[in-house]
Design a protein around this ligand. Sequence first.
Ligand code: ADP
Ligand code: MG
Length: 254
Amino acid sequence: MISVSGLRVRLGGALVVDGVDLDVADGEWVTIIGPNGAGKSTVLRAVGGLVAYEGTVLLGGTALDRLPRRERARTLATVAQSPVVPPAMLVYDYVLLGRTPYIPALGRESDSDLAAVDEVLGALDLHPFAGRRLETLSGGERQRVFLARALAQGAGILLLDEPTSALDIGHQQEVLELVDRLRAERGLTVLATMHDLSTAGEYADRMVLLAAGRVVARGTARDVLTEELLAEHYRVRVKVFDGGHGPVVVPVRR
Ligand code: ADP
Ligand code: MG
């Protein structure tokens, strides 16, 4: 569904992404991990068509730069790491923005657009917030609204840049379970970045470890979340335990 090869991105003269190859199959969940500044967000931005790149990005076999804007928006939805919030916008209207690719120019939203918004507001427990201004929400509540907007877009590919960083563990689990459920129900393909390594491993089919713009490891959580790889690339001392489901990563004092 997503096929990236030889991806290079230059920002401010620096080669921030340096030859990344990455494939995500239809319905698969792949999570990119890596230390701060590794280039995770930049890879996601390139796949989302938000930054200029060299190399190839194919979405469902079609080159990203050959997809017209509206079609791209129906194919792929992005939740950025810290989205810019329009001032004084109501939660409902913000989520409705997700339907823009379906609303004709100068046209109005249809009943099916409103139904789609209603459905995601319900799924994310956001009905009580629908009439609130976005800036009056807590970080976690807002994070759910960002996700709601992306889900309302009805795209088959979801790009999530640290979707749970602002959430308490309860909402973290709720959001990730919801994405996973939608993945099963709607056949969504997910490419995400995440900081919490144990949680990342729980939800990803496969992981990619990025360091200094290059892929340094890839595979299942067990392949990637090893004490050796994490020590080398995060400069951290960790213990990795078998948590039953998958590896549990715990930092330990030096
Ligand atoms: P990550 O998401 O892995 O933390 P990013 O993809 O956000 O990393 O950034 C990768 C690197 O690119 C960082 O070193 C960052 O400082 C740099 N960078 C990001 N945007 C710009 C920019 N506009 N100009 C110059 N450097 C940038
Ligand atoms: Mg980032």
